[in-house]
Design a protein around this ligand. Structure first.
Ligand SMILES: [Zn+2]
Length: 223
């Protein structure tokens, strides 16, 4: 039986279609819908970009561009307080997610970017120093970082390594500052403030930004 189209004829002022005879005409074509479903599933990054992570880290991601940051981290880069675990047990999540301000600005406080290079680096500084370190400030959201800078009468650094989870301010005083500074400098990869920017030697800033980091490399005087 041939696979022909039904015959159409003009009869009594109407088109008459001959009955279609059901015949087997080879393998039916594959429906389009499964292929479409696969292509949607193979593009999860598109979905996560538009939908976000569905938690408070989305609020933090939204702060980067308006505050002048040149990199917007994905929400998947944030650690939550409940899922925080690291190889540096001396540094708790909330110790690493504070801003060294009397009031603490409390900006989505259960989420932060805390890179392993920072946590491991601090562990190495502590080992070099030989005593337990206290962290005054680690991660700061872009909004909080701006508030801290304003409170300290500092110029605005829209790409502070604090907003990317690379930096920490290690508590010190006039007596301990030189030793902590020396210990931090001795750890490979650290970028350490060359002298105390505060008159009272409150902390030593150290960060582990990547080499040749596009927002700003570590200056030679900080290495
Ligand atoms: Zn700092």
């Amino acid at each position: 039986m041939p696979c022909a189209n039904p015959t159409v004829s003009w009869t009594n002022n109407v088109y008459q279609m001959a009955p279609v005879i059901q015949v087997s005409c080879g393998t039916p074509p594959t429906p389009a819908s499964p292929a479409y479903a696969n292509s949607t599933q193979s593009n999860p990054s598109h979905n996560s970009t538009s939908v976000g992570c569905g938690n408070a880290s989305d609020n933090l991601v939204a702060e980067y561009q308006p505050n002048g940051a040149s990199i917007t981290p994905p929400c998947t880069q944030f650690t939550s307080a409940s899922s925080y675990s690291n190889s540096s047990p001396n540094f708790s999540f909330y110790q690493m997610n504070q801003d060294d301000q009397p009031s603490n600005y409390n900006d989505n406080p259960d989420y932060a970017i805390l890179t392993s290079v920072l946590l491991n680096g601090l562990q190495n500084v502590q080992q070099a120093y030989g005593q337990t370190l206290s962290i005054k400030s680690g991660y700061r959201s872009p909004k909080v970082n701006g508030l801290v800078e304003a409170a300290n009468n500092e110029s605005h650094h829209p790409n502070s390594p604090h907003i990317y989870g690379y930096a920490a301010d290690i508590a010190s005083n006039a007596t301990t500052w030189p030793s902590i500074h020396k210990a931090a400098l001795s750890v490979k990869g650290s970028c350490v403030e060359p002298y105390s920017f505060e008159k009272n030697y409150k902390h030593v800033h150290a960060d582990w930004r990547p080499a040749n980091w596009s927002p700003g490399s570590c200056l030679p005087s900080w290495q």
